[in-house]
Design a protein around this ligand. Structure first.
Ligand code: ATP
Ligand code: MG
Length: 392
C-alpha cells in the first residue's frame, strides 16, 4: 500500500469507470474524490486542492444544458434547434406535452433567447383565474366599470408589452375568452373592460397545454381559428419515458441542486439506484424525478444516493397501481399505507368504461347514466386517457 496520502480527483461520466478507479486508488492509499462532469469537478477544485486529476477525454454529451433545460436526448435536441430558429421572431408558439415535461422552462428559454429578453415575461395560468375576473385580468379595466373597480387597472397583456405572454393551460380558456383572445391576436390591441379606447400591444404569445388541443377543436371545445393563430409553431415535448437517456443527466443535476441547497455533500448516485430510475416510467415526468431526488437527498445519510432512499414513494406507488389493476381494494391494506386518490381514480375509470360500453361510445348518454353533464364526462375521460397514455 502507498503510504503517501495524495488526493486524486477522478472525472468520468461512466459510473463503472469511476467506481473502478475509486476502489483501485483507495486501496493504494490515495484520497479519492469523484465527479461525473466538468461542473462537479470545478466545484471540488474550488473547495480543495488536488495532487492529480484523472479526467476522461470526452465527457458524455459535452454541454448538456440549454438555458436551464437539461437533456441531450434527440427529442430535446430537436426542441433546442427549433427554439434557436424561432426565438427571434414574433411567431406564436404552442407547447404541448404531459404535465411535468418542462413546458414552462421551454417557454422561458424562447423568451430568454429572443430580442424581447429584457422586457417582461408574463405567466398566466388560464385555469387559475376565476371566470368573473379573467377578462379584467387579461385586458384590464377602467374605474367604475364594475363593483370593486375603484381605479383603472392594466391587464396582463399590457403588462407584457414588448415582451412575451405565457398562456399556460390554454385549453381551459372559456369560449367567451377565446373570442376575446382571438380579437387581441388579430388586432394586436386590447380594450379594457368598461373602456372604449383600443390600447395597442406588442406581445408574443407562447401557450402551453397538456391536452390534445386538436381533439378539443374536433369536440367543439376550442375555436379552430384561435387554435391556428396560436399554433403557428407547435413544440411537442416528449414524456420522460420516451427520452430515458436524459434520466441520468437530470438525476445528477437535481442531486447537485438539492445537495447544495440542503448543504449536504452528496456527490453521486449508486448504479443500482440509477438502474431503478431507468426502469421507472415516471408518469409525473421530470417534476416527479425532481421530487424523488429532492426527497432522497433530504433522507440520505451517506454521500451516495442508494436505492433505499429512492424507493419510498415509487415502490408504494407501484404496489398500489398493481393492486388497483387487479381490483384488490382491501381495507386491511390501509395500515400499510394506501394512495386513496389512485384508488378513487381507478374506480371512476371502471365506471366510465362501463357507461361508455353500454352507451356504445355516446358520451352524452354515458354522462346521463352516471348523473353528470357532458363537460364533466369529457373532462374525466380525458384524464383517464392521459393516465392510460402514461401507463402504456
Ligand atoms: N429538462 C429539464 N431540465 C431541468 N429541469 C426540468 C426539465 N424539465 C422539467 N424540469 C423541472 O421540472 C419541474 C416541472 O417543469 P415545468 O413546470 O416546466 O413543467 P410543465 O410541463 O409546465 O408542467 P405542468 O403541465 O404540470 O404545468 C420544474 O421544477 C422544472 O424546473
Ligand atoms: Mg406548467
Amino acid at each position: 500500500m502507498n503510504t503517501c496520502s495524495a488526493n486524486i480527483l477522478v472525472v468520468d461520466d461512466e459510473l463503472s469507470m469511476r467506481e473502478l478507479l475509486d476502489v483501485m486508488l483507495t486501496q493504494e492509499g490515495y484520497g479519492v474524490s469523484l465527479a461525473s462532469n466538468g461542473k462537479q469537478a470545478l466545484k471540488f477544485i474550488e473547495k480543495k486542492s488536488f495532487d492529480m486529476i484523472l479526467c476522461d477525454i470526452r465527457l458524455e454529451g459535452g454541454l448538456p444544458h440549454f438555458g436551464k433545460i437539461i437533456g441531450d436526448s434527440s427529442g430535446m435536441v430537436r426542441i433546442y434547434d427549433l427554439i434557436r430558429q424561432i426565438a427571434n421572431t414574433k411567431t406564436n408558439v404552442l407547447i404541448s406535452g404531459e404535465s411535468g415535461t418542462g413546458k414552462e422552462l421551454i417557454a422561458r428559454a424562447i423568451h430568454d433567447l429572443s430580442d424581447r429578453k429584457d422586457n417582461p415575461f408574463v405567466v398566466v395560468n388560464c385555469a387559475g383565474i376565476p371566470e368573473t375576473l379573467i377578462e379584467s385580468e387579461f385586458f384590464g379595466h377602467v374605474r367604475g366599470s364594475f363593483t370593486g373597480a375603484v381605479s383603472d387597472k392594466k391587464g396582463l397583456f399590457e403588462a407584457a408589452h414588448q415582451g412575451t405572454i405565457f398562456l399556460d393551460e390554454i385549453g381551459e380558456l372559456t369560449p367567451m375568452l377565446q373570442v376575446k383572445l382571438l380579437r387581441v391576436v388579430q388586432e394586436t390591441s386590447v380594450k379594457p373592460v368598461g373602456g372604449t379606447a383600443e390600447i395597442p400591444v406588442d406581445v408574443r404569445i407562447v401557450s402551453a397545454t397538456n391536452k390534445k388541443l386538436e381533439n378539443e377543436v374536433i369536440d367543439g371545445n376550442f375555436r379552430e381559428d384561435l387554435f391556428f393563430r396560436l399554433n403557428v409553431i407547435p413544440i411537442k415535448v416528449p414524456p420522460l419515458r420516451d427520452r430515458s437517456g436524459d434520466i441520468t443527466l437530470l438525476a445528477n443535476h437535481f442531486i447537485e441542486k438539492y445537495s447544495a441547497k440542503m448543504n449536504k455533500d452528496i456527490s453521486r448516485i449508486s448504479s443500482y439506484a440509477l438502474n431503478f430510475l431507468n426502469q421507472y416510467t415516471f408518469p409525473g415526468n421530470v417534476r416527479e424525478l425532481e421530487n424523488l431526488i429532492e426527497r432522497s437527498v433530504a433522507l440520505s445519510s451517506t454521500n451516495i444516493i442508494l436505492p433505499e432512499s429512492l424507493t419510498i414513494s415509487t415502490h408504494k406507488r407501484r404496489r398500489w397501481i398493481e393492486g388497483i389493476k387487479e381490483k384488490r381494494f382491501d381495507l386491511e391494506d390501509v395500515d400499510k399505507g394506501v394512495d386513496l386518490d389512485e384508488i378513487l381514480f381507478s374506480i371512476e375509470g371502471a365506471y366510465l368504461k362501463k357507461a361508455m360500453e353500454i352507451s356504445g361510445g355516446n358520451k352524452s348518454r354515458a354522462a346521463e347514466l352516471l348523473g353528470m353533464n357532458l363537460r364533466s364526462i369529457r373532462y374525466r375521460l380525458g384524464k383517464q386517457e392521459d393516465s392510460d397514455g402514461k401507463a402504456s
